[in-house]
Ligand binder design. Structure first.
Ligand code: NAD
Ligand code: WQD
Length: 341
């Protein structure tokens, strides 16, 4: 019998897609979120997609007493998927302390509350940002972690280390999932990414430009050592990513993990340039994207893509959807948002 999973940050972008997959696979789901970067109506959208309503509690993980109280009251929770974090790289340079406070304290409180209540399974949202610019591509999990390129990135690195140490000292089992670049939205267009203000990331900026909400997409640099000179990333469909969380929590719940603390790359294994993204988007959606080449963005790496073989082999998970499906769904989501406003 699938157990009950606590999803922190479950009304957010990746969390909401993961709740859908968990509910569709028979898990009971309870979301906790402080709604600092999401809306409660996402709970209803998840219910519309799955026919099942997840539990929801608005709480801040930085409030120790509240999360302790929550875990004590919900002793039936068998595993936790921890998405809740602040994630804007640029903002983390402006407010580093806010990022360290939220992302580190939130994790510490959660780990302590899980320990007190005897909950032993944790899946953590990490990021390919922990690799910096890798020396070898594709990058595998054994590659050395580089100095973080932002306070945000550093919180991910530190959280991975905290989890590793805590696992050594306790009976916790944990999996850190290093996402590459998640994009796209659920095919229903009921849930997707909701960037607040001006998006930092390529695809939301691109879809908003195509919609006419932004004048022009800046392509940050065309002088990189890549075939067309623009930066290369491993973009992954958010629905593929959510399936990997199901595989990870199942691995822990069924005690199939081979070590108490494991790390997996979640990418497709293919890299695409910024111009590949723009051209593919224009072709599959038959929409033009006004864009121009600008200077490089400070702090950007040149190229990165994953070696996802460990996740393929050990989690039995593989990204299935290609760039066209990712960019079609991203556009469908932007169109759905435009209809609402
Ligand atoms: P998101 O902002 O859409 O979701 C995060 C959710 O956490 C939000 O709903 C927010 O309200 C909530 N939250 C933040 N701090 C909280 C706190 N203290 N207490 C309770 N709730 C809190 O972000 P996302 O894109 O879904 O990212 C999910 C996770 O994946 C994050 O940990 C992020 O760092 C990580 N990640 C994201 C990407 C990406 O490109 N989206 C890439 C790699 C890793
Ligand atoms: C992708 C490419 C840009 C915007 C960030 C975080 C990382 C992870 C994923 C959480 C790059 C180019 C972008 C634009 C552009 N998040 N670009 N014009 O930088 O790979 O990673 O999100 O963990 O930590 O740093 O993603 O979408 O910002 O950029 O040309 O307006 O698009 O230079 O080559 P990035 P991104």
């Amino acid at each position: 019998m699938p157990g009950k999973i606590l999803v922190t940050g479950g009304t957010g972008y990746i969390g909401s897609h993961t709740c859908v997959v968990l509910l569709q696979s028979g898990y009971d789901v309870h979301i906790v979120d402080n709604l600092s970067n999401s809306h409660q109506d996402v709970v209803d959208k998840i219910a519309r997609i799955t026919g099942k309503t997840p539990g929801f509690t608005r709480l801040d993980l930085c409030d120790k007493e509240v999360i302790y109280g929550f875990m004590k009251e919900h002793q039936d929770i068998t595993g936790v998927i921890h998405f809740a974090a602040l994630k804007a790289v640029g903002e983390s340079w402006e407010y580093p302390v806010r990022y360290y406070h939220n992302n580190i304290l939130g994790l510490l409180n959660l780990l302590n509350a899980m320990h007190e209540s005897g909950c032993k399974n944790l899946v953590f949202s990490s990021s390919c940002t922990v690799y910096g610019q890798p020396d070898e591509l594709p990058v595998s999990e054994s590659a050395p972690l580089k100095k973080a390129l932002s306070p945000y990135g550093n919180t991910k690195k530190m959280c991975e280390e905290i989890i590793e140490d805590h696992v050594t000292a306790t009976s916790l089992n944990a999996i850190s999932l290093r996402y590459f670049n998640p994009i796209g939205a659920h095919p229903s267009a009921l849930i997707g990414e909701l960037p607040l203000g001006v998006p930092n990331n390529l695809v939301p900026f691109l879809t908003q430009t195509a919609m006419g909400k932004r004048e022009c997409l800046k392509v940050f640099g065309d002088d990189y050592s890549t075939p067309d000179g623009t930066g290369i990333r491993d973009y992954i469909h958010v629905t593929d990513l959510s399936q990997a969380h199901l595989a990870a929590i199942e691995r822990l719940e069924k005690e199939k993990n081979t070590q108490p603390c494991e790390v997996f790359n979640l990418g497709t294994g293919s890299g695409y340039s910024v111009l590949d993204i723009i051209r593919t988007f224009e072709r599959v959606n038959e929409v033009k994207v006004n864009h121009q080449i600008e200077d490089r963005r400070p702090g950007d790496i040149e190229k990165v893509w994953a070696n996802p073989e460990k996740a393929n082999r050990e989690l039995g998970w593989k990204a299935r959807l290609g760039l066209e499906e990712m960019l079609e769904s991203a556009w469908k989501w932007e169109e759905a948002l435009a209809q609402k406003h």
